[in-house]
Design a protein around this ligand. Structure first.
Ligand SMILES: [Zn+2]
Length: 97
């Protein structure tokens, strides 16, 4: 789901004095586009600066990147042999507590 960036980009242009001046909700909204290299250069700069300052958004960037890599590599459901049985046992043990 992509939203048009025209209005937002114009907004960002007015804020170029402070490069970190972008809020977390905007960063999170664009994080997967950022990873795919699909954000305008100006927004990319703002986001890069924001990730340096904001541990919360950096963690989301990191986590999203991992998920995207796993999905791209087709490894999401490719778990080691026996993992399913160990997981089922773990859940059974949890229930018995
Ligand atoms: Zn943030």
């Amino acid at each position: 789901m992509r939203q048009p960036l025209i209005g937002r980009t114009a907004n960002l242009r007015a804020q170029t004095v402070n490069k970190v001046n972008i809020d977390c909700s905007k960063v999170i909204q664009e994080v997967s586009n950022f990873i795919e290299g699909d954000v305008p250069a100006e927004l990319r700069l703002l986001m890069e600066a924001h990730f340096l300052e904001c541990a919360h958004c950096y963690a989301i960037l990191d986590g999203t990147r991992n998920v995207i890599q796993l999905v791209a590599d087709d490894k999401v459901f490719d778990v080691p042999a026996g993992f399913g049985m160990r997981l089922a046992k773990f859940i059974r043990d949890l229930k018995q507590r």
